[in-house]
Each structure stands twice: as structure tokens, then as C-alpha cells.
Design a protein around this ligand. Structure first.
Ligand code: ZN
Length: 316
């Protein structure tokens, strides 16, 4: 049988629907359902409401000159000084309510690593020294709450699965690595090895990146799933998240500290011993994280394929 498109082509198709939020999220959901149905795979769609921030304006004026920037805030307002220039590699929990201008020191791109419950603008690191020297700073963010729908797409055994495997399909920016890669890997595994559906539930999650849940705004879709299917998770033998694979060798982690970030559900501590995550090259990811530099060229067919094989072995 021919499994075209290649994994990388699949990633390109998903990146073509980015940023995968709002209307594009619905398009992505339809694309995934159509793809699976075309391959004779049954899909159960479970919808849930989502609220995400939509920036209607984001601007940063430095001594009278506009600097390229992107909003990364849940609320609008002004940023009128340079007292809170932040590295966005600092976990958001330390500065969640602080109006700020932030940059990713590990990347040349404008990265929205974190979102804040205060006016916040992300800039490229090359502009940071200029901002630090500026006399007059005026940042402005206007945010509208977008209320829409997301869905979990359930494929496989939704009654008593031995394994539950998650991949989120929403994105901040283009999201080739994060997480078109994981979605492409699950699609391939399902279509190429449909026998795994008997004991595995694959969950495509439409809302991992952004929500108004405070302070852990990410992982909302995982928590909705947990609320609805607590017993199913409790009775499973293993829970696996596939996020940001294919940009290097596949790494498997069950570090509880990482899991709290990767899979922030209410029972994450209780089920830590049976939860693991598959990811790729972390430093390579950080250099493009949540930016428009996270394009399909970040990934290789070889490592995407390797991720399929690793996951295939785990689900048995
Ligand atoms: Zn992700």
C-alpha cells in the first residue's frame, strides 16, 4: 500500500493551515477528519468551547520609530517603559502579571515563548540593546477574546485502551515542529498500523497552546479530556504525549518536572509513573519556538519516521 503523502508533505499541509487557531483550527480539524476517513478510519469528534486572545493591535514605538513586534498577552494595555525587558526563556509563572517586552535569547526570530496576563510584546533579540538605550518607549496591545470551538478527535479504542496517545494540532505561528510533526506521526501510525487501534486510543487535541486558564494557560484541551474521560485515563497502562518530534533523534522522557509542563492535567502527579513524552531536539526547537521560523525545513523525513517507529514499539 502507498502511504503518500510523505511525513514531511503531511507537515507542509498542516503548516499551510497555520496559524492553527480560530477559523484555521476548524479547517485543520476538517482536514484531519477527511484524511482519516479517506483511509477508512473511524473518527469520533468531541467538541468543547475555547477562548483565546486575538490581538487587533500590537505596536512598539522606540524614540519615534516602530520596531517589529508581536503580542503575547491575554489582556490589552500599554507598556510605557523599559523596566521589564524579559528573556522569554524565564518560565512565565515568575512574571505572569507583569507588563513586559520580551525576547528569546536563543533565537533570531520573534518568538512568543510565553503569554502573559498583562500587556506583553515579543521582539527579536537584535532589537533589545536599542530598546534598552531608548529614551521613550510606547508599546500598545489591543486584545479581543475570541470565543470559538475546538475538538478532540478520537481514533481507536475509546472504551478500555491500554495506551492513550495525545498530539495537539493547534499552533502559535507556523508550528511545523510544534506540533504538525506529532500529528503527522500519529496519522502515519494509524494508517500504516491500523491493528494498533484495538488497544490504543489516539487523541488529536485542538487546544493545547492558549486558554484563559490561570496560571497554567496551556494544556486546556488535555484537562477537558481528563474531566470527560477520567476513568479511561485511570485504567490505562500508559499515557504518551507526542510533541515536537522529527527535528532530531526521538527522545523519550518521563521526568516528572517536564511532564508538569508537557501534560498539565489535574492528576499528572498521580499518573506520572505511567506517563511519558516523545520529543526531538530541544535546543533546535528553542531556536524557532512559537515563531514563523518553525517551518517544515526544520524537520527530516528520517527523524519523523524514527518517531513513528518508536511510538509503534511503545503501543505494541
Ligand atoms: Zn506543543
Amino acid at each position: 500500500m502507498n502511504f503518500d503523502p510523505t511525513l514531511k508533505t503531511q507537515v507542509k499541509n498542516l503548516v499551510g493551515l497555520s496559524p492553527r487557531q480560530g477559523k484555521n483550527l476548524i479547517k485543520t480539524e476538517r482536514y484531519l477528519v477527511a484524511y482519516l476517513k479517506r483511509h477508512g478510519i473511524k473518527v469520533v469528534i468531541e467538541k468543547f468551547p475555547v477562548t483565546i486572545p486575538e490581538a487587533t493591535k500590537a505596536s512598539l514605538m522606540i524614540d519615534g520609530e516602530l520596531i517589529p513586534c508581536l503580542s503575547c498577552s491575554f489582556v490589552g494595555g500599554a507598556i510605557e517603559n523599559k523596566e521589564t525587558i524579559l528573556s522569554s526563556t524565564i518560565p512565565s509563572r515568575y512574571n505572569l502579571d507583569l507588563p513586559n517586552i520580551n525576547f528569546n535569547p536563543l533565537s533570531a526570530a520573534i518568538c512568543r515563548n510565553n503569554f502573559y496576563f498583562a500587556p506583553a510584546l515579543a521582539v527579536a533579540r537584535k532589537h533589545v540593546s536599542r530598546i534598552a538605550r531608548a529614551k521613550n518607549i510606547l508599546g500598545r496591545v489591543d486584545i479581543e477574546k475570541f470565543r470559538g470551538q475546538a475538538a478532540h478527535l478520537l481514533v481507536g479504542n475509546s472504551h478500555n485502551p491500554r495506551s492513550v496517545v495525545f498530539a495537539h494540532y493547534d499552533s502559535v505561528g507556523k508550528g511545523a515542529t510544534d506540533n504538525a510533526s506529532g500529528v503527522a506521526v500519529l496519522l502515519r501510525l494509524i494508517v500504516e498500523f491500523p491493528e494498533t487501534l484495538a488497544s490504543t486510543l489516539y487523541v488529536f487535541d485542538g487546544n493545547e497552546e492558549l486558554s484563559y486558564d490561570y496560571p497554567t494557560y496551556w494544556g486546556h484541551g488535555f484537562r477537558v479530556f481528563e474531566d470527560r474521560h477520567n476513568l479511561l485515563l485511570a485504567n490505562s497502562e500508559q499515557i504518551i504525549t507526542v510533541d515536537c518530534v522529527g527535528n532530531g533523534p526521538t527522545e523519550e522522557s518521563s521526568d516528572p518536572n517536564m511532564l508538569r509542563l508537557d501534560f498539565p492535567i489535574k492528576n499528572s502527579a498521580k499518573w506520572a509513573s505511567k506517563t511519558s513524552s516523545l520529543s526531538g531536539d530541544f535546543p533546535k526547537l528553542m531556536a524557532v519556538y512559537h515563531s514563523d521560523a518553525d517551518i517544515p525545513d526544520q524537520l527530516s523525513e528520517k527523524y519523523l519516521r524514527e518517531a513513528v517507529n518508536v511510538l509503534r514499539k511503545k503501543v505494541g
